[in-house]
Design a protein around this ligand. Structure first.
Ligand SMILES: NC(=O)c1ccc[n+]([C@@H]2O[C@H](COP(=O)([O-])OP(=O)(O)OC[C@H]3O[C@@H](n4cnc5c(N)ncnc54)[C@H](OP(=O)(O)O)[C@@H]3O)[C@@H](O)[C@H]2O)c1
Length: 300
C-alpha cells in the first residue's frame, strides 16, 4: 500500500520536527520550509497544494513568541496575526479536504475564574479577545477558521522533549537558567500541564491512522511551575532549595495585561484518550521518561 502524503508546515520547529523524526518511515512527508515557503503568501500556498495534493495537512507553523506577540496587541498587520490567522486561513481555505489538523494551545481560553481550566475537548473558546493574550487570540481565531472549514484541532500545552538544540522548551529553559545561576522565581499557584512531544506525535499518528476528526487534547495532568521544576531538579540530584517561589496573582498585578499568564490553565484528555485509544502520561512520568532519555543539567 502506498504511504499517505502528509504536508507538514513548521516542520523545522520544536514539535513538528519530532513528528517527522518519529514517523518518516510510515508517511510520505512534504515539508516546505520558511522562508522559501511563506504561509502568509496566498499564491504560494495554493500553488504548493495544487502541486502536492496531500492526503492530510498538519499545520504546526505559527508565530509562537508570546511576549513578541503581546507587543503587537491589536495589530492585524503584525506577524503574529498574519502568520497565525491569515496564514492558517490561506492553508485551510485552499485545501478542499477536511483532513486538516491545526496545532493549537490552551491559551485560546482565558485561564481565569470566568472560565477556568483544565478544559475539556468540547468546551468552546470565547468569541472575544478581552481576556486573552494577543497570541491566544490569534490562535483562537485560527481555530475558528479551521473548525468552520470542518478541520480538526489538536490542542497542546508546554510541549517538552529531551533534546532540540534550536529551541528550549519549558523544562530545558528552566534548567539552563538554573545551571547559569539565573533561576527566576517560579509560580507556586499557577495551574499548568505539560505535553510530552513523543505523545503529541503519537496522537497525530492515531488521528491520521483512524481518520478521526474533531477537537483533541494532548496533555499531562495539572501541576504548578514550582512543583514541576523542583521535582526535575531533585531528580537530577541538584539543590532545589535555592529555587524561590512567587504567587502568580501578585505577579499579574505588575503586568500591563492582567491576563498575560493563565492562572487556571490546562487541558483534560479523557475524550481524546478514549477516542484515539491512547494513554497520556502524568507530568511526573513525563519527567521520568525524559530523564530516562538522558535529560540533564546543561554544562555552562
Ligand atoms: N511551544 C509551545 O510552548 C506551544 C504550546 C502550545 C501550542 N503550541 C503550538 O504548537 C505549534 C508548534 O509550536 P513550536 O513550539 O514547535 O513552534 P516553533 O518551534 O516556534 O516553530 C514554528 C515553525 O513555524 C515556522 N514558520 C514561522 N513563520 C512561518 C511562515 N510565515 N510560513 C511558514 N512557516 C513559518 C517556523 O519556521 P522557522 O523556524 O524557519 O522560523 C518553524 O518551523 C504552533 O502552532 C504553536 O502555536 C506551542
Amino acid at each position: 500500500m502506498s504511504k499517505l502524503k502528509i504536508l507538514v508546515t513548521g516542520a523545522s520547529g520544536l514539535v513538528g520536527s519530532r513528528f517527522i523524526e518519529k514517523y518518516s518511515d510510515k508517511f510520505n512527508f512534504v515539508t516546505p520550509e520558511y522562508p522559501q515557503f511563506d504561509l502568509t503568501n496566498k499564491e504560494q500556498v495554493s500553488q504548493l497544494l495544487e502541486k502536492e495534493n496531500p492526503d492530510w495537512i498538519v499545520n504546526f507553523a505559527a508565530f509562537t513568541d508570546v511576549n513578541a506577540s503581546e507587543a503587537q496587541s491589536g495589530d492585524e498587520t503584525g506577524p503574529a496575526w498574519q502568520v497565525n490567522v491569515e496564514g492558517t486561513k490561506n492553508l485551510s481555505d485552499s485545501f478542499k479536504s477536511k483532513n486538516f489538523i491545526q496545532i493549537s494551545t490552551d491559551m485560546v481560553f482565558p485561564g481565569d475564574l470566568s472560565q477556568p481550566g483544565p478544559y475539556e475537548e468540547p468546551e468552546t473558546p470565547p468569541d472575544s479577545s478581552e481576556k486573552l493574550t494577543w497570541y491566544g487570540w490569534t490562535k483562537n481565531r485560527a481555530e475558528k477558521i479551521v473548525r468552520d472549514n470542518g478541520g480538526t484541532i489538536l490542542r497542546i500545552i508546554y510541549p517538552v522533549r529531551v533534546k532540540f538544540e534550536p529551541k528550549s522548551d519549558y523544562i530545558r529553559g528552566a534548567l539552563k537558567k538554573y545551571a547559569d545561576g539565573k533561576m527566576y522565581p517560579l509560580f507556586r499557584d499557577q495551574q499548568i500541564c505539560i505535553a510530552f512531544i513523543d505523545e503529541i506525535a503519537e496522537a497525530l499518528d492515531r488521528i491520521i491512522e483512524t481518520g478521526s476528526h474533531g477537537v483533541f487534547h494532548c496533555s499531562s495532568d495539572t501541576t504548578t511551575p514550582y512543583e514541576l521544576i523542583t521535582f526535575v531538579i531533585d531528580h537530577l540530584s541538584a539543590d532545589s532549595s535555592v529555587i524561590k517561589s512567587i504567587s502568580v496573582h501578585e505577579f499579574l498585578k505588575t503586568q500591563t495585561n492582567p491576563n498575560r499568564y493563565p492562572v487556571w490553565g490546562g487541558l483534560k484528555t479523557k475524550i481524546t484518550e478514549e477516542t484515539l485509544d491512547l494513554h497520556f502520561s502524568s507530568w511526573q512520568t513525563v519527567v521520568e521518561l525524559l530523564l530516562g532519555q538522558g535529560l540533564s543539567l546543561p554544562k555552562i
